[in-house]
Design a protein around this ligand. Structure first.
Ligand SMILES: Nc1ncnc2c1ncn2[C@@H]1O[C@H](COP(=O)(O)OP(=O)(O)OP(=O)(O)O)[C@@H](O)[C@H]1O
Length: 241
């Protein structure tokens, strides 16, 4: 199991009282699989992804990535582990505007004090169809191209898993389709492991498995569902909710 979440709980102390964002989530993600996480707004999807990626600490429970328990790492070790083993793709791309596509891809390696091999940077940009845009800055790229640079950056270190938080949320339908096809290809042809949070049944249908989160718990799971089946299940869930 590449990623395993055991009894994950996360609570926040808010002015109005304690909010339980995750209420005991136990789930595993096998290597070379594509999982989508869906659920109503506020059901804990982003919290789940952030805890699994080591960006937030759970209140209790454990996250194991590639055999390493994140909670057992010190601050610097966790930063290093995240940089080397965990990729993250954000809805709003999160690229550095003053750097070229190639420099953005190489940035995590450079921050880790390593030289990023130029040929390897070109190869990963080529893999997302952007070899000819390596010298372009984000403002010179379309939204879809910027997200492809962000995916290349997430993949560059050969991470054990890539988490993507609504990666197509800011893109139009055709561009979303390109990004989802690219992610699917990364799993099928390159054995990547991807966990995607989405509100879009079409995006979720690209995954092998869809997990439904309600009130911080996994309440349902679908394998190999098409977009209509995912949409039906979501509608039924929201009615009963
Ligand atoms: N920093 C925080 N402080 C207090 N409450 C928080 C904090 N972050 C999240 N929450 C609460 O935790 C719950 C889960 O939030 P989360 O962002 O994980 O949901 P989500 O399913 O990703 O929602 P959306 O689909 O709207 O993005 C919500 O009730 C939210 O208000």
């Amino acid at each position: 199991m590449t990623v395993f979440l055991r009894e994950l709980r996360k609570t926040y102390e808010a002015t109005a009282g304690t909010v339980t964002a995750l209420d005991g989530v136990t789930v595993g993600f096998e290597q070379s699989t594509f999982t989508a996480i869906m659920g109503p707004s506020g059901s804990g999807k982003s919290t789940l992804l952030h805890c699994a990626a080591g960006l937030e600490q759970p209140t209790s429970g454990t996250v194991t990535v590639d055999g390493t328990v994140l909670g057992e790492l010190g601050g610097n070790e966790l930063t290093r582990f995240r940089r080397d083993r965990i990729g993250f793709v954000f809805q709003d791309f999160n690229l550095v505007s003053s750097l070229t596509a190639a420099q953005n891809v190489a940035l995590p390696a450079r921050l880790a004090g390593r030289r990023a091999d130029a040929a390897a940077v070109t190869a990963v940009l080529d893999g997302v169809g952007l070899a000819d845009r390596a010298a372009h800055r984000p403002s010179e790229l379309s939204g879809g191209q910027q997200q492809r640079v962000a995916i290349a950056r997430a993949l560059f270190a050969q991470p054990a898993v890539v988490f993507a938080d609504e990666p197509t949320g800011a893109l139009d339908k055709a561009t979303s389709h390109q990004i989802l096809t690219l992610m699917r290809r990364m799993v099928d042809e390159h054995g990547r492991t991807i966990v995607l949070v989405t509100h879009d049944p079409v995006a979720a249908a690209v995954a092998d498995r869809v997990l439904l989160l309600v009130d911080g718990r996994v309440t349902d799971e679908m394998a190999g569902a098409d977009a209509a089946a995912v949409a039906d299940r979501m509608t039924a869930m929201e009615r009963s909710w």
